[in-house]
Design a protein around this ligand. Structure first.
Ligand SMILES: [Fe+2]
Length: 188
């Protein structure tokens, strides 16, 4: 079978990973967003394309959710992240470990990607080291890029996150646990 052409977010992700420097293209205006205890650094934005680096402290849970106006690719950078997708844990405590020192002590998941389309439920929890990942995004439906955590359907990380949601059907019920990353909720 002929290989299908790459779609816009795949081409953009390839570009950002091959051309980005640690500085990125961090803008003057609103370079950071804070969502609960999670920090996002805006590494690049051009038109409908945007890349956010998420910096997540230990033991944070991001419940299963969708982003209705965003086609995206999550890229594992460092630390201890257990991502879920479509109700399954993709990175687990078995397949996500520390490489030896000659490989700089990176995660075995360093650079791995997870495609997250607008209707794909996903989430994650973070181990004692916390974690860092990139969210490489292509915004749809003429919605101007803003923080991806504000385009959100599902349970939020807390009341502050809930207040920040601009579009979507979000709620917070006061509790959070690892089970929330695979709640298998039906998202509409
Ligand atoms: Fe997400």
């Amino acid at each position: 079978m002929e290989k299908q052409q790459k779609d816009p977010v795949e081409m953009y992700c390839e570009w950002i990973l091959n051309n980005g420097s640690p500085l990125g293209w961090i803008p003057f205006e609103k370079p950071i967003w804070q969502i609960e205890d999670v920090t996002s650094v805006l590494l690049h934005r051009q038109g409908q394309f945007q890349t956010q680096m998420f910096i997540v402290p230990p033991y944070i849970v991001i419940p299963e959710h969708t982003h209705p106006n965003v086609d995206s690719i999550e890229v594992y950078a460092g630390g201890e992240i257990y991502f879920s997708h479509s109700g399954e844990l993709i990175t687990t405590e078995e397949n996500c470990t520390k490489e030896p020192e000659e490989k700089l002590g990176l995660s075995t998941q360093y650079g791995s990607t997870i495609r997250v389309r607008p209707r794909d439920p996903h989430g994650g929890y973070f181990g004692e080291n916390g974690g860092v990942f990139l969210s490489v995004q292509y915004w749809l439906n003429d919605v101007k890029p803003h923080c991806v955590a504000a385009d959100y359907i599902g349970k939020t990380m807390g009341p502050h996150h809930l207040e920040s949601v601009k579009f979507g059907n979000a709620y917070f019920d006061g509790s959070l646990s690892k089970e929330d990353v695979m709640s298998k909720t039906t998202f509409n």
